[in-house]
Design a protein around this ligand. Structure first.
Ligand SMILES: [Zn+2]
Length: 274
């Protein structure tokens, strides 16, 4: 399994409730001990790439640490990490499109970022930067973070992006997780697309202080259904981490481990990868 990660993505000691900025580094250390992954250096995106999905003045202000990032601070280390975070998703998506199968981008903090503003631990919307860079390929974004992907919708509407289908899940529309899981293959079918970007959000867990509607078993089933669907249809898939805020940080990492285990189980022996 290819994991597109650079240490530039991680920010130590960011002053925020969200542990997202430091999560990739801790997760990678555990993945390297447990799973047969191959870490691949991503290419950072440029300021011009961000401007494909965002207001140029907003992009410039954030990157120069003049405007607040999605954590509500102007930490220059966060600003410096942003091209790498979105770059990880873009690089993983390009790899999956070219080679088929699955790729992982251990990233978070995208879907609340709107065209001209940051929100809720999300600075820039890497999902939409990736989708627009992949044009004219049609991209499906399945957002299984617990929270509504409002920033993604904002950019799709503002820029009239017609190559993206977006589904953002949650207890709002379907309070019964088992029913949602039953419907999930049909949801994926309706979305179509030539590649799936799957936000495997860990804040969907029942014990998450900011969300919660699924048990660990249901979340594992969610992951398995998505990967099995993609495998059966030869639909390339790139997945990322999105939210996860349990005080017991290892519990969050364990949910991401489960996603990785389901991905490896479906996509098979990584040593046979090209
Ligand atoms: Zn969330």
């Amino acid at each position: 399994m290819k994991v597109f990660y650079s240490p530039h993505q991680s920010v130590a000691g960011n002053d925020s409730f969200s542990p997202s900025a430091g999560k990739p580094e801790r997760l990678l250390a555990q993945w390297l001990e447990r799973y047969p992954i191959q870490v691949v250096d991503p290419q950072p995106v440029s300021e011009a790439d961000f401007c494909l999905a965002h207001d140029p003045g907003f992009v410039n202000g954030v990157l120069a640490a003049r405007l607040s990032n999605g954590f509500g601070n102007k930490n220059p280390e966060v600003a410096a990490s942003l091209p790498w975070t979105t770059g990880s998703l873009v690089s993983a998506a390009r790899y999956a499109l070219e080679h088929g199968g699955a790729a992982c981008s251990p990233t978070s903090g995208f879907h609340h970022a709107r065209y001209a503003s940051s929100h809720g631990f999300c600075t820039f919307n890497g999902l939409m930067v990736a989708a627009i860079l992949l044009k004219p390929r049609r991209v499906a974004i399945l957002d299984c973070d617990y929270h509504y992907g409002d920033g993604t919708d904002d950019i799709i509407q503002k820029l009239k992006v017609d190559t993206v289908s977006h589904y953002t899940t949650g207890a709002r529309d379907c309070p019964d997780p088992d029913k949602f899981l039953e419907e999930l293959p049909a949801i994926l079918e309706r979305m179509g697309g030539e590649i799936l970007i799957y936000q495997a959000g860990a804040d969907a867990h029942l014990w998450d202080p900011l969300g919660g509607w699924m048990t660990s078993v249901q979340m594992r089933r969610r992951d398995r259904l998505v990967f099995e669907y993609c495998k059966a249809r030869a639909l390339p898939v790139v997945w990322n981490l999105a939210g996860g805020y349990q005080e017991d940080f290892q519990a969050v990492l364990d949910l991401h481990h489960a996603t990785m285990e389901e991905c490896l189980a479906v996509f098979g022996d990584p040593s046979k990868e090209g």
